[in-house]
Design a protein around this ligand. Structure first.
Ligand SMILES: *[C@@H]1O[C@H](CO)[C@@H](O)[C@H](O)[C@H]1NC(C)=O
Length: 266
């Protein structure tokens, strides 16, 4: 960033906060009004501006925060956290809405926690290998591997931490005790059709760092920072009459030397 001295004022706008009040620190000796531009998607990535940043993430359609629904292929009924959470998980609903929708908390590319409507997590712990949605903090018992069919990635099986697959043995209870043939046939009670609810998933820095994992994410983001906005851009802005830039930064960059995972310091 070698061109700040040519009359470009750096305004670090905190994410989601208007930059106007911050100008007062920077305007000593400046000619007002400023002519400024916002450099979004540089230090805070925004998926809609550069979707390709997400392309290398394994299972990139299952980013953290994605909402999914599961239909038992055997019963042709949706999995439901009864009452929206706090009790059993069943597979008896003809259509899917809030209680039949699960939000993915992505542990890594194939392991997930499933958060239900009232924010509990699906997990082991019910009667007779029954699956319940009672825990408010996800642990090992609330972690599931999503195993996708090669030919149809939305045909899935869910492996629990006890090593068994979930099954809808009856419509009235989903259990974690299927150890039978791993066929993908409709009548296999451990096979579910997964619907990804479109539109709700954020594509932000959380999803990038969580999705790639810390090492790969650092590499991808470093490359992005180095190439998305460069000295040449500042030169161009300066030569075309701009006198300020606004650069959104995340609170994890600006405020916190040890940000929580998956964010990292620069
Ligand atoms: C993903 O997470 C699961 C559960 O914590 C772990 O058993 C598995 O080894 C992890 N896989 C990778 C590739 O990190």
């Amino acid at each position: 960033m070698g061109y700040f001295h040519c009359h470009i004022t750096l305004v670090l706008g905190f994410f989601l906060i208007s930059c106007a009040p911050l100008l007062s620190h920077a305007d000593v000796g400046l000619k007002l009004p400023l002519k400024a531009v916002n450099l979004g998607n540089w230090l805070v990535t925004e998926g809609w501006m550069k979707p390709s940043l997400f392309d290398g993430i394994p299972n990139k359609d299952l980013l953290d925060g994605t909402q999914v629904q599961f239909m038992s292929t055997k019963w042709q009924k949706y999995v439901c956290a009864e009452n929206g959470g706090g009790t059993n998980v069943v597979a008896n609903r003809a259509s899917a809405s809030g209680w039949e929708t699960f939000r993915l908390w992505r542990v890594n590319q194939s392991y997930f926690n499933l958060r239900v409507f009232y924010k509990q997590f699906v997990g082991l712990g019910g009667q007779g290998a029954g699956i319940v949605a009672t825990s408010t903090t996800p642990g090992n018992q609330e972690t599931f591997q999503i195993v996708r069919n090669d030919g149809d990635p939305n045909r899935i099986r869910l492996k629990a931490s006890n090593g068994m697959f979930l099954q809808a043995n009856s419509e009235m209870q989903v259990t974690a005790d299927y150890g039978g043939p791993s066929s993908w046939a409709d009548d296999n009670p451990s096979v579910f059709k997964m619907t990804i609810v479109s539109g709700g998933t954020l594509h932000g820095e959380y999803q990038i760092t969580n999705g790639y994992g810390p090492d790969k994410a650092r590499q991808i983001l470093q490359e992005h920072w180095n190439t998305y906005i460069t000295d040449e851009d500042f030169k161009f802005m300066s030569q075309n009459g701009l006198t300020a830039v606004r650069i959104p930064v995340g609170w994890w960059i600006a405020k916190d030397p040890t940000p929580p995972k998956p964010f990292f310091c620069r």
